[in-house]
Design a protein around this ligand. Structure first.
Ligand SMILES: *Cc1c(COP(=O)(O)O)cnc(C)c1O
Length: 236
């Protein structure tokens, strides 16, 4: 059962992250919580911002831009992360409104975001999305493609490559859940070493598997339903 108020759910998720961090000998402050607010209204984001949550994840460009515009005046310091699949024709809005993009899986997308990033804004922080479960999901790069794309993206002027993101298929139990996260971490380490890149980010873990992700080195966990409750369906 979910606790009833968003504030209680937020502190419960923070406690889950902290417990997993401590269990793996990590400082809980090295794991950031991204609250995934897709399909929830700006008022729900503002309520959480009032409890000190400052990073939010969104999947749908138009919905997100509307929310960001509404919240900008009262909450100028919120950080916005685009975590959904991104079509090339929507990159301009993402480059103009977001701080991070987690789902880069082709060079064309990265080039457009770099070209379209407004000059007055800091570099756009990006992660490459790797499909660590080839059979289960279609989005993301194959692991063997990630090194070459990382090197190319790292060379783009208006992007800053931070690391890798993954969404493994659901698994039961901590032991099974840790396997794909460990693979993603090993891949990040290998790419960083081979290409001489400082990749400090592993964006992995959601409501159902965040402990496993933190145990395997997640630096950003993306949590929606455990904070906001069950999502209403998205209307395009
Ligand atoms: C929706 C979504 C999440 C949050 O999922 P929950 O299971 O609700 O925590 C995390 N990451 C991505 C990429 C998502 O699309």
């Amino acid at each position: 059962m979910l606790p009833s108020s968003p504030a209680e759910r937020l502190s419960q998720v923070r406690a889950r992250i902290a417990a997993a961090a401590v269990q793996s000998g990590r400082d809980p402050a090295t794991v950031s919580l991204l609250a995934v607010s897709k399909t929830f209204p700006a008022t729900a984001v503002a309520a959480l911002a009032g409890f000190g949550q400052n990073a939010f994840g969104e999947n749908y460009v138009q919905e997100a831009v509307a929310k960001i515009s509404v919240l900008r005046a009262d909450w100028p310091a919120l950080q916005w992360h685009f975590i959904g699949p991104l079509q090339s024709n929507k990159t301009r809005d993402v480059a103009a409104h977001f701080d991070w993009v987690h789902g880069i899986d082709r060079l064309k997308l990265a080039q457009r975001l770099s070209e379209q990033r407004p000059p007055e804004l800091p570099s756009l922080q990006v992660c490459l999305q790797v499909n660590v479960d080839a059979e289960a999901s279609k989005s993301g790069l194959r692991p063997e493609e990630a090194g070459a794309l990382a090197a190319a993206v790292a060379a783009l002027p208006r992007l800053r490559l931070r690391g890798l993101m993954g969404i493994p298929a659901p698994r039961q139990g901590l032991v099974a859940q840790r396997v794909p996260f460990a693979q993603l971490r090993a891949l990040r380490d290998a790419i960083a070493a081979e290409h001489g890149l400082a990749l400090d980010t592993l964006s992995m873990g959601m409501s159902a598997d965040l402990e496993a992700a933190v145990l395997e080195g997640a630096t950003i966990v993306r949590v929606g339903s455990a904070i906001f409750g069950q999502r209403p369906p998205h209307r395009a």
